[in-house]
Write a protein that binds this ligand. Structure first.
Ligand SMILES: Nc1ncnc2c1ncn2[C@@H]1O[C@H](COP(=O)(O)OP(=O)(O)OP(=O)(O)O)[C@@H](O)[C@H]1O
Ligand SMILES: [Mg+2]
Length: 235
């Protein structure tokens, strides 16, 4: 059974259709990318799956279980976590306070251990743990946003444009971290405009246009696909 199954998803904003009949599946442990141009509906798709944006019709199943009736704040307990576009940090709160917000729904004794893990993944954040998150560089803020998502111990991690606005060296660093996270067996759906880097990290990919999946294939086939090359790889 798939860990995530999205079937015939439709999402509109005041009658404007942003997602029109989208199907996606993710098996446990897979890292899959979702690429598409501006306005294709990628963020809307992630927000709908994570319960942030309401959807009009379709089904979202986690291990075969329909999650429609679960309120968004409880979806975290189902193991779903989103690193949103634009990072969504609380700028006046410290790095550590932001990280701890990721663990708000947890009651177990391992939160401290997980915080240590995040700091070992991002030593820079340990140095800056008392600093207001809003004063960090863009790349450091992306680290906090990723770290906060990890603090909820997700099974399913959604990353919305983690490389947006970062210098090439920082993009490389963030993707290295994503590779490390993926190697722990976490299931990841990665939305990226940087299709080349995203597909080189993933086994499979979906291409989205005007609210629909128009292509679904292995990453290597997508990288070699003339249509993908022309539209998303600048070749
Ligand atoms: N809150 C909103 N209210 C109204 N329309 C919205 C809202 N959010 C998104 N849209 C519209 O839905 C469509 C899809 O937007 P979405 O943000 O999902 O695209 P995207 O693929 O993530 O694009 P980008 O690559 O630029 O981030 C766009 O036409 C956008 O204008
Ligand atoms: Mg987006």
């Amino acid at each position: 059974m798939s860990l995530l199954e999205v079937k015939d998803l439709h999402v509109s904003y005041d009658g404007i259709k942003a997602v029109r009949g989208l199907d996606i599946t993710l098996a446990e442990g897979e890292i899959v990318s979702l690429v598409g141009s501006n306005g294709a509906g990628k963020s809307t798709t992630l927000r709908a799956i994570c319960g942030i944006t309401p959807f009009q019709s379709g089904k979202i199943l986690i291990e075969g279980r329909d999650i429609r009736s679960i309120p968004p704040h409880l979806l975290v307990r189902e193991g779903i976590s989103l690193v949103p576009e634009g990072r969504g940090l609380f700028g006046r709160s410290t790095v550590e306070e932001n990280l701890m917000m990721g663990a708000y729904s947890r009651r177990d004794a391992e939160i401290g251990k997980d915080l240590e893990k995040v700091y070992s993944l991002f030593p820079r954040l340990l140095e800056r743990r008392k600093q207001p998150a809003g004063t960090l560089s863009g790349g450091e803020q992306q680290m906090v946003s990723l770290g906060r998502a990890l603090m909820s111990r997700p099974r399913l991690l959604f990353l919305d444009e983690p490389s947006m606005g970062l210098a090439p060296i920082m993009v490389q660093k963030i993707f290295e971290i994503i590779r490390t996270i993926a190697s722990t067996g976490m299931t990841i759906l990665l939305v990226e405009q940087n299709a080349k880097v995203a597909l080189s990290l993933c086994s499979r990919g979906y291409v989205m246009e005007s609210g629909k999946i128009i292509l679904s294939d292995s990453a290597s086939s997508l990288l070699a696909n003339p249509q993908v090359k022309a539209a998303y790889l600048g070749q």
